[in-house]
Write a protein that binds this ligand. Structure first.
Ligand code: FO1
Length: 308
């Protein structure tokens, strides 16, 4: 198939890295990335969208690899001054990063929809792909913990995952609808890729909102696990707690209603037959995206397997 239109469903790290590889392999404007927004938080009166921003910044070539979030070459003068003035300081918003939150919050206040704002930020960064939130409606991951209910960033960043987690909900997900832009991109896509992000708390909210818009025959999922571990974040620990094990097969079960293809890392090739038995077509390859070239190679392999 020449020049397919592709949608990538992405959380913050693995999904965002794969977006860079896909953008490099596809013609301009053939990739739409739909990002999880259930991690969003309002801080200092501004709307912060960490997963969406990490896709925007990676595609725009300004991601701060060292910090793992925000913009390269960051300074924290505003953060220092806010702290001196008694504002909460547990969330490190850098000076460059702040520019995006100021523009986003201003556009939202003027009545623009979150999808319109994301497209506008993408245009101002000169992106060659579209980056969209999963919905214009608010969805928030709330963790039920022994210390009460905590928002995603409160639990992960402020409390550093210390309170014992009893469960989690995606508040607002049942009523949330895909934005017109996201629905149109999914309808036009020859291939939908579920990125290698946390299946429970990054892809989970995306599937709750968009799941009924996916066609199984056109959807392929990339395992976020390599040898029983995720490259970043508590994915393996969460899978063990919630599903009893952290294996690609557990991930494949999670996606079996929405995906027909599954990309498995070569170190996990032993599990390929079990995953195929769930009804998947399995591809085994190196899924570790250590750099841009590795992300590009993985993208090329996925596109070659599922769009040729
Ligand atoms: N992660 C941290 O561990 N500490 C921070 O202070 C922090 C600030 C921050 C600011 C903007 C942003 O877009 C992301 C930020 N992150 C921070 C990352 C974020 O909490 C998570 O990595 C994602 O939500 C998980 O995908």
């Amino acid at each position: 198939m020449r020049d397919p239109r592709v949608v990538l469903l992405a959380g913050g790290t693995g999904g965002a890295k794969l977006a860079v590889g896909l953008q490099a392999e596809l013609p301009d404007q053939h990739l739409t990335v739909i990002a999880n927004t259930a991690d969003d938080v309002d801080f200092w009166g501004l709307r912060i969208s960490p997963d969406l921003d990490s896709v925007l910044f990676r595609l725009g070539g300004i991601f701060n690899e060292e910090a793992g979030f925000g913009v390269v070459g960051e300074t924290f003068n505003t953060h220092s001054q806010m702290k001196l003035l008694g504002a909460p300081d547990w969330f490190w918003l850098g000076d460059r990063d702040l520019a995006f939150h100021l523009i986003r919050s201003d556009l939202l206040r003027s009545g623009r929809r979150p999808s319109e704002v994301a497209l506008e930020l993408g245009r101002r960064l000169g992106l060659l792909s579209q980056v969209l939130p999963m919905s214009d409606d608010e969805v928030r991951t709330i963790f039920e913990t022994k210390q009460g209910r905590l928002g995603f960033q409160e639990f992960f960043v402020r409390e550093k995952l210390r309170p014992e987690m009893l469960g989690y909900v995606f508040e607002g997900a049942a009523a949330a609808r895909p934005s017109p832009e996201a629905a149109a991109a999914l309808a036009a896509a020859q291939l939908v890729i579920i990125g290698p992000s946390n299946p429970l708390i990054s892809i989970g909210p995306l599937l709750e909102v968009l799941g009924s818009h996916l066609e199984r025959e056109r959807t392929v999922a990339v395992s976020p696990l390599v040898g029983g571990r995720a490259l970043k974040g508590p994915t393996a620990e969460m899978l063990i707690k919630a599903r009893g094990a952290a294996t690609p097969e557990v991930v494949a079960r999670e996606y079996s209603r929405v995906a027909r293809g599954f990309v498995l890392d070569k170190v996990d090739s032993d599990g390929a037959a079990q995953i195929a038995a769930l009804g998947y077509r399995v591809a085994v390859t190196d899924t570790v995206m250590a750099d841009r070239e590795a992300a590009r190679r993985l993208a090329r392999e996925i596109l070659g397997t599922w769009t040729s």
